[in-house]
Design a protein around this ligand. Sequence first.
Ligand code: ATP
Length: 453
Amino acid sequence: MAVTSTYPDVMDKLVSLCKRRGFIFQSSEVYGGTGSVWDYGPLGVELKKNLKDRWWHAMVRARSDIEGLDAAILMHPRVWEASGHVSGFVDPLVDCRNCKKRFRADDPRIKGTPGTADAQCPACGMKGTLSEPRQFNLMFKTFMGPVEDTASVVYLRPETAQGIFVNFLNVQQSTRQKVPFGIAQIGKAFRNEITPGNFIFRTREFEQMEMQFFVDPESDHMAWFEFWKGHRMDWHRSLGLAPDRLQFHQHDPSELAHYARAAFDIQFDFGGGLGFQEIEGVHHRSDFDLSRHQEFSGKRLEYFDQPANRRYIPFVIETSVGADRTFLALLVNGYREETVPGEEEGRAVLGLHPSLAPIKAGVFPLVKKDGMPEFAERLANELRASFTVFYDESGAIGRRYRRQDEIGTPFCVTVDGQSTADNTVTVRDRDTLLQERIPASAVANFIRERVHP
Ligand code: ATP
């Protein structure tokens, strides 16, 4: 795909900021790291939780027609035969006999045809050492129970959707929902990607936020597809992702799965060499999944429409978004460097929407004397009942502000000499840099009104 990006590459800066400030660390770093697996640190876990909360609220709590679910990662192995993952979730792969490295067969760095004498390994440069392409399944395999044989093979789920399909009737019957309705879940998925990379863009362990919406095949199901397309794009915009960095990409017939009626990706412009890339898929999956599970399990998975006295397998409109990839989009979208009037040093800012910011307010005494630290600490403790707050009394005030700007804290509350006299404090806005003096007792409401989505 041609990269059409007007935005600079900020990935290296973000990787270092994420480590330095405790958003993201490499997994098992003390052992040299694990390939493309990442750990979320104290700030990262807050930002990711806020992101997932925003999704859960928009998709489950704010709607009467969607139910939540948390299905297990380990499922019956037949699930993955029915879903097509055992036979179809594969990438062609070649090995170098010399350096033992592996590549996707379509890796553009490979010169010549793999399996022939003229093919050259992109890593070690040897000729004739690349194997013929062979199919490599992206699912992680493990064993259930004490015996490690083929009968006990189970897979780590490569997507969360199948947990929803196999629970379709459990959820429908226990909640008495009527079609059209949806089931949503957030959970880990695992893919043994051959070419992972770009920080948390493509990893081997990641989190998905998926929703399957069940509709009557005889109804106007394409209208629902259009509805979810628009709804999901609006959601990404509501997170603060810049509208000109978001676009739809329609799958052409060659990209579509054979059962799919339509599919659109929502793409975000990551800038630099990555450009526009998928962060979410909106897919019309027809009745494929439920029909396959009905066939493979031998159990009926039909919906009974009582008023019409009709049984049918619903069509499914799926929305599937990666929590980690959207997290990265938020960082790339929000990061900026700028000069501040009156300061030479300049600042780096993470312009995160206040609802997503890991810390909502920094609370500082201007100086460490005259009762200011006690006042500020008391206020920080009060605010902590409702928000994530960071108390800091060390160093110059400008430096304390900059440390909060860099992690996206929308407000800094400063206690000064006047505070102890009249119970007022100043609140500094991360983006406008304006400082407002308000009563200390009004700070909680001030923040509350502004961190709401
Ligand atoms: P890609 O083409 O990038 O591999 P996909 O089309 O296989 O993605 P889906 O199966 O539609 O992706 O998954 C839905 C969403 O899950 C993606 O839009 C992405 O945000 C996220 N996702 C998929 N694979 C990964 C991965 N390896 N690492 C991080 N996020 C992922």
